[in-house]
Design a protein around this ligand. Structure first.
Ligand SMILES: NC(=O)c1ccc[n+]([C@@H]2O[C@H](COP(=O)([O-])OP(=O)(O)OC[C@H]3O[C@@H](n4cnc5c(N)ncnc54)[C@H](OP(=O)(O)O)[C@@H]3O)[C@@H](O)[C@H]2O)c1
Length: 277
Protein backbone atom coordinates (compact mmCIF):
# COMPACT_ATOMS: atom_id res chain seq x y z
CA UNK A 1 0.00 0.00 0.00
CA UNK A 2 1.29 3.46 -0.94
CA UNK A 3 0.32 6.38 1.31
CA UNK A 4 0.15 9.61 -0.73
CA UNK A 5 0.49 12.85 1.22
CA UNK A 6 -0.90 15.98 -0.45
CA UNK A 7 -3.28 13.75 -2.40
CA UNK A 8 -5.74 16.63 -2.94
CA UNK A 9 -3.09 19.12 -4.14
CA UNK A 10 -1.63 19.88 -7.56
CA UNK A 11 0.90 17.02 -7.60
CA UNK A 12 -1.24 14.57 -5.64
CA UNK A 13 -4.26 14.95 -7.96
CA UNK A 14 -2.01 13.78 -10.81
CA UNK A 15 -0.14 11.16 -8.81
CA UNK A 16 -3.07 9.21 -7.33
CA UNK A 17 -4.56 8.20 -10.72
CA UNK A 18 -1.09 7.54 -12.17
CA UNK A 19 -0.30 5.08 -9.37
CA UNK A 20 -3.71 3.43 -9.66
CA UNK A 21 -3.28 3.09 -13.44
CA UNK A 22 0.07 1.39 -12.73
CA UNK A 23 -1.79 -1.14 -10.57
CA UNK A 24 -0.56 0.14 -7.19
CA UNK A 25 -2.96 0.30 -4.23
CA UNK A 26 -3.26 3.90 -2.96
CA UNK A 27 -4.23 5.40 0.39
CA UNK A 28 -4.85 9.13 -0.15
CA UNK A 29 -4.33 11.43 2.83
CA UNK A 30 -6.41 14.55 3.49
CA UNK A 31 -7.37 16.54 6.56
CA UNK A 32 -10.98 16.56 5.38
CA UNK A 33 -12.27 13.47 3.53
CA UNK A 34 -15.76 15.02 3.23
CA UNK A 35 -14.42 17.85 1.03
CA UNK A 36 -11.65 15.96 -0.73
CA UNK A 37 -11.95 15.29 -4.46
CA UNK A 38 -9.91 12.12 -4.97
CA UNK A 39 -9.92 9.37 -7.62
CA UNK A 40 -12.70 7.01 -6.39
CA UNK A 41 -10.45 3.96 -6.84
CA UNK A 42 -8.23 5.18 -3.95
CA UNK A 43 -8.83 4.62 -0.25
CA UNK A 44 -9.31 8.12 1.24
CA UNK A 45 -8.12 8.57 4.82
CA UNK A 46 -8.13 11.42 7.29
CA UNK A 47 -4.85 12.56 8.83
CA UNK A 48 -2.96 15.72 9.75
CA UNK A 49 0.81 16.08 9.48
CA UNK A 50 0.75 18.29 12.59
CA UNK A 51 -0.49 15.23 14.52
CA UNK A 52 1.77 12.36 13.52
CA UNK A 53 -0.28 9.86 15.55
CA UNK A 54 -3.21 10.57 13.20
CA UNK A 55 -1.34 9.26 10.15
CA UNK A 56 -2.73 5.92 8.93
CA UNK A 57 0.55 4.02 8.48
CA UNK A 58 -0.59 0.49 9.35
CA UNK A 59 -0.11 -1.76 6.32
CA UNK A 60 1.73 0.96 4.37
CA UNK A 61 5.05 0.00 2.74
CA UNK A 62 5.76 3.15 0.69
CA UNK A 63 5.05 6.85 1.36
CA UNK A 64 5.02 9.78 -1.06
CA UNK A 65 6.07 12.67 1.19
CA UNK A 66 4.68 16.08 0.25
CA UNK A 67 4.11 19.03 2.56
CA UNK A 68 2.32 22.24 1.68
CA UNK A 69 4.32 25.31 0.73
CA UNK A 70 1.66 27.43 2.47
CA UNK A 71 2.12 27.08 6.18
CA UNK A 72 2.92 24.74 9.02
CA UNK A 73 6.37 23.73 10.22
CA UNK A 74 7.16 21.46 7.29
CA UNK A 75 10.53 20.35 8.66
CA UNK A 76 8.91 19.19 11.91
CA UNK A 77 6.07 17.56 9.95
CA UNK A 78 8.40 15.61 7.64
CA UNK A 79 10.80 14.64 10.43
CA UNK A 80 7.97 13.25 12.57
CA UNK A 81 6.41 11.49 9.57
CA UNK A 82 9.71 9.89 8.51
CA UNK A 83 10.43 8.62 12.00
CA UNK A 84 6.87 7.28 12.44
CA UNK A 85 7.12 5.60 9.03
CA UNK A 86 10.37 3.90 10.06
CA UNK A 87 8.74 2.65 13.29
CA UNK A 88 5.75 1.36 11.30
CA UNK A 89 8.00 -0.71 9.00
CA UNK A 90 7.64 1.45 5.85
CA UNK A 91 10.33 0.38 3.36
CA UNK A 92 10.53 3.42 1.04
CA UNK A 93 10.07 7.19 1.27
CA UNK A 94 9.86 9.37 -1.85
CA UNK A 95 10.07 13.05 -0.99
CA UNK A 96 8.97 16.00 -3.11
CA UNK A 97 11.54 18.78 -2.67
CA UNK A 98 12.67 21.64 -4.96
CA UNK A 99 15.51 22.51 -7.34
CA UNK A 100 16.27 25.35 -4.90
CA UNK A 101 18.08 22.75 -2.76
CA UNK A 102 20.22 21.66 -5.74
CA UNK A 103 21.20 25.30 -6.33
CA UNK A 104 22.02 25.88 -2.63
CA UNK A 105 19.37 28.59 -2.23
CA UNK A 106 18.82 30.08 1.22
CA UNK A 107 15.21 31.27 0.82
CA UNK A 108 12.91 29.82 3.54
CA UNK A 109 11.19 27.33 1.22
CA UNK A 110 14.44 25.83 -0.15
CA UNK A 111 16.06 25.78 3.31
CA UNK A 112 13.07 23.93 4.79
CA UNK A 113 13.24 21.37 1.98
CA UNK A 114 16.99 20.92 2.51
CA UNK A 115 16.41 20.17 6.20
CA UNK A 116 13.48 17.89 5.49
CA UNK A 117 15.53 15.99 2.87
CA UNK A 118 18.13 15.36 5.57
CA UNK A 119 15.47 14.02 7.96
CA UNK A 120 14.19 11.68 5.24
CA UNK A 121 17.70 10.40 4.49
CA UNK A 122 18.39 9.74 8.16
CA UNK A 123 15.08 8.07 9.07
CA UNK A 124 15.99 4.53 8.01
CA UNK A 125 13.73 3.48 5.10
CA UNK A 126 15.17 3.60 1.57
CA UNK A 127 14.63 7.07 0.09
CA UNK A 128 14.44 8.93 -3.20
CA UNK A 129 14.33 12.72 -3.48
CA UNK A 130 12.47 14.45 -6.34
CA UNK A 131 13.43 18.10 -6.83
CA UNK A 132 11.13 19.79 -9.34
CA UNK A 133 11.48 23.37 -10.51
CA UNK A 134 8.51 25.71 -10.84
CA UNK A 135 5.18 24.14 -11.87
CA UNK A 136 3.21 25.10 -15.00
CA UNK A 137 0.17 24.76 -12.73
CA UNK A 138 1.28 27.93 -10.89
CA UNK A 139 0.07 29.82 -13.99
CA UNK A 140 -3.54 28.74 -13.42
CA UNK A 141 -4.29 32.02 -11.64
CA UNK A 142 -3.35 33.91 -14.86
CA UNK A 143 -6.50 32.52 -16.45
CA UNK A 144 -8.92 34.75 -14.56
CA UNK A 145 -7.50 38.11 -15.71
CA UNK A 146 -6.73 36.65 -19.15
CA UNK A 147 -10.46 35.98 -19.48
CA UNK A 148 -11.83 39.12 -17.78
CA UNK A 149 -9.25 41.80 -18.84
CA UNK A 150 -7.57 40.12 -21.81
CA UNK A 151 -4.34 40.67 -19.86
CA UNK A 152 -1.94 38.81 -17.57
CA UNK A 153 -0.05 40.70 -14.85
CA UNK A 154 3.46 39.43 -14.19
CA UNK A 155 5.87 40.69 -11.51
CA UNK A 156 8.68 42.81 -12.99
CA UNK A 157 11.84 40.81 -13.56
CA UNK A 158 10.11 37.40 -13.57
CA UNK A 159 12.68 35.12 -15.21
CA UNK A 160 12.51 32.67 -18.07
CA UNK A 161 11.60 29.34 -16.52
CA UNK A 162 11.76 25.67 -17.54
CA UNK A 163 8.32 25.04 -16.02
CA UNK A 164 7.29 21.44 -15.42
CA UNK A 165 3.87 19.81 -15.84
CA UNK A 166 2.67 18.12 -12.63
CA UNK A 167 1.77 15.00 -14.65
CA UNK A 168 5.49 14.62 -15.46
CA UNK A 169 6.31 14.86 -11.74
CA UNK A 170 3.57 12.28 -11.11
CA UNK A 171 4.93 9.97 -13.83
CA UNK A 172 8.43 10.08 -12.35
CA UNK A 173 7.07 9.57 -8.82
CA UNK A 174 5.05 6.58 -10.04
CA UNK A 175 8.15 5.03 -11.62
CA UNK A 176 10.20 5.59 -8.49
CA UNK A 177 7.47 4.28 -6.17
CA UNK A 178 6.68 1.16 -8.19
CA UNK A 179 10.03 -0.03 -9.61
CA UNK A 180 13.39 -0.83 -7.99
CA UNK A 181 16.67 0.94 -8.70
CA UNK A 182 15.94 4.46 -7.46
CA UNK A 183 16.96 4.00 -3.82
CA UNK A 184 19.35 6.75 -2.70
CA UNK A 185 18.80 8.77 -5.90
CA UNK A 186 18.09 12.50 -6.09
CA UNK A 187 16.42 13.70 -9.29
CA UNK A 188 16.15 17.32 -10.46
CA UNK A 189 13.03 17.68 -12.64
CA UNK A 190 12.10 20.42 -15.11
CA UNK A 191 10.24 20.79 -18.37
CA UNK A 192 12.07 20.54 -21.68
CA UNK A 193 12.51 24.25 -22.48
CA UNK A 194 12.78 27.61 -20.74
CA UNK A 195 10.16 30.19 -21.73
CA UNK A 196 10.01 33.85 -20.75
CA UNK A 197 6.77 34.96 -19.06
CA UNK A 198 5.95 36.89 -22.25
CA UNK A 199 6.27 33.69 -24.32
CA UNK A 200 4.09 31.84 -21.78
CA UNK A 201 1.38 34.53 -22.02
CA UNK A 202 1.43 34.28 -25.83
CA UNK A 203 0.95 30.50 -25.64
CA UNK A 204 -1.91 30.94 -23.16
CA UNK A 205 -3.54 33.42 -25.57
CA UNK A 206 -3.23 30.90 -28.42
CA UNK A 207 -4.93 28.26 -26.25
CA UNK A 208 -7.72 30.73 -25.38
CA UNK A 209 -8.06 31.63 -29.04
CA UNK A 210 -7.56 35.36 -28.48
CA UNK A 211 -4.62 37.69 -27.87
CA UNK A 212 -3.74 38.24 -24.22
CA UNK A 213 -1.67 41.28 -23.22
CA UNK A 214 1.46 40.77 -21.12
CA UNK A 215 1.66 43.47 -18.43
CA UNK A 216 4.67 43.85 -16.12
CA UNK A 217 3.74 44.85 -12.58
CA UNK A 218 6.02 46.46 -9.98
CA UNK A 219 6.64 44.10 -7.03
CA UNK A 220 4.34 45.92 -4.52
CA UNK A 221 1.39 45.60 -6.91
CA UNK A 222 2.24 41.94 -7.55
CA UNK A 223 2.36 41.29 -3.79
CA UNK A 224 -1.01 43.00 -3.28
CA UNK A 225 -2.51 40.87 -6.05
CA UNK A 226 -1.36 37.62 -4.38
CA UNK A 227 -2.62 38.77 -0.95
CA UNK A 228 -6.00 39.59 -2.54
CA UNK A 229 -6.06 36.03 -3.94
CA UNK A 230 -5.89 34.80 -0.33
CA UNK A 231 -2.18 33.93 -0.06
CA UNK A 232 -0.90 34.27 3.55
CA UNK A 233 1.69 37.10 3.88
CA UNK A 234 4.38 34.61 4.92
CA UNK A 235 3.81 32.56 1.76
CA UNK A 236 4.00 35.72 -0.40
CA UNK A 237 7.31 36.74 1.25
CA UNK A 238 8.70 33.22 0.83
CA UNK A 239 7.64 33.07 -2.83
CA UNK A 240 9.29 36.42 -3.66
CA UNK A 241 12.50 35.52 -1.84
CA UNK A 242 12.59 32.16 -3.63
CA UNK A 243 11.93 33.94 -6.94
CA UNK A 244 14.76 36.44 -6.29
CA UNK A 245 17.21 33.63 -5.55
CA UNK A 246 16.12 31.32 -8.36
CA UNK A 247 15.91 34.07 -11.01
CA UNK A 248 19.31 33.26 -12.55
CA UNK A 249 18.65 29.50 -12.50
CA UNK A 250 15.05 28.88 -13.49
CA UNK A 251 16.04 28.65 -17.17
CA UNK A 252 18.22 25.59 -16.48
CA UNK A 253 16.80 22.48 -18.16
CA UNK A 254 17.47 19.05 -16.64
CA UNK A 255 17.01 16.03 -18.94
CA UNK A 256 15.87 13.74 -16.10
CA UNK A 257 12.21 13.45 -17.16
CA UNK A 258 13.15 12.29 -20.67
CA UNK A 259 15.90 10.01 -19.34
CA UNK A 260 13.63 8.29 -16.80
CA UNK A 261 10.40 8.19 -18.81
CA UNK A 262 11.84 7.62 -22.31
CA UNK A 263 9.71 10.43 -23.75
CA UNK A 264 9.91 14.21 -23.95
CA UNK A 265 8.39 16.25 -21.11
CA UNK A 266 4.93 17.74 -21.60
CA UNK A 267 5.01 21.31 -22.97
CA UNK A 268 3.53 24.58 -21.76
CA UNK A 269 1.21 24.46 -24.79
CA UNK A 270 -0.04 21.02 -23.59
CA UNK A 271 -0.72 22.51 -20.18
CA UNK A 272 -2.40 25.65 -21.55
CA UNK A 273 -4.78 23.66 -23.80
CA UNK A 274 -5.88 21.55 -20.81
CA UNK A 275 -6.12 24.54 -18.46
CA UNK A 276 -8.46 26.54 -20.69
CA UNK A 277 -10.64 23.41 -20.90
N1 LIG B 1 4.56 25.25 -7.01
C1 LIG B 1 5.81 25.11 -7.44
O1 LIG B 1 6.22 25.72 -8.44
C2 LIG B 1 6.74 24.18 -6.71
C3 LIG B 1 8.01 23.94 -7.23
C4 LIG B 1 8.87 23.04 -6.56
C5 LIG B 1 8.44 22.44 -5.39
N2 LIG B 1 7.18 22.72 -4.88
C6 LIG B 1 6.77 22.08 -3.63
O2 LIG B 1 5.55 21.36 -3.86
C7 LIG B 1 4.87 21.24 -2.59
C8 LIG B 1 3.42 21.60 -2.77
O3 LIG B 1 2.81 20.66 -3.66
P1 LIG B 1 1.40 20.99 -4.33
O4 LIG B 1 1.52 22.30 -5.05
O5 LIG B 1 0.97 19.78 -5.07
O6 LIG B 1 0.48 21.19 -3.05
P2 LIG B 1 -0.82 22.11 -2.94
O7 LIG B 1 -1.57 22.10 -4.24
O8 LIG B 1 -0.44 23.43 -2.33
O9 LIG B 1 -1.68 21.28 -1.87
C9 LIG B 1 -1.23 21.13 -0.55
C10 LIG B 1 -1.56 19.72 -0.07
O10 LIG B 1 -1.04 19.57 1.26
C11 LIG B 1 -2.06 19.00 2.09
N3 LIG B 1 -1.84 19.50 3.46
C12 LIG B 1 -1.65 20.78 3.84
N4 LIG B 1 -1.47 20.83 5.18
C13 LIG B 1 -1.56 19.56 5.64
C14 LIG B 1 -1.46 18.96 6.94
N5 LIG B 1 -1.26 19.70 8.05
N6 LIG B 1 -1.60 17.61 7.03
C15 LIG B 1 -1.84 16.84 5.93
N7 LIG B 1 -1.92 17.35 4.66
C16 LIG B 1 -1.79 18.70 4.54
C17 LIG B 1 -3.37 19.44 1.47
O11 LIG B 1 -4.35 18.45 1.78
P3 LIG B 1 -5.79 18.75 2.48
O12 LIG B 1 -6.05 20.23 2.38
O13 LIG B 1 -6.75 17.92 1.65
O14 LIG B 1 -5.64 18.26 3.86
C18 LIG B 1 -3.04 19.42 -0.03
O15 LIG B 1 -3.26 18.11 -0.56
C19 LIG B 1 5.60 22.16 -1.62
O16 LIG B 1 6.47 21.38 -0.83
C20 LIG B 1 6.39 23.07 -2.54
O17 LIG B 1 7.55 23.63 -1.91
C21 LIG B 1 6.34 23.55 -5.52
Amino acid sequence: MILVLGATGKVGRALVPALLDAGAPVRALTRDPARAVVDPRAEVVRGDLDHVESLPLAGVDRVFVLTSGHGGDTVAQETALAQAAARAGVSRLVKLSTTGVHFGQTDPISLAHARAEQAIREAGPAWTILRPGAFMANRRFWLQSARTDGAVYVPEGDPASALIHVRDIAAVATLVLTTPGHEGATYELTGGEALTPEQQVKILGEALGRPVRYVEEPEPAARARLLALGWPARAVDGAFELKRQSAGREHVVFDTVARLLGREPLTFADWAREAVG
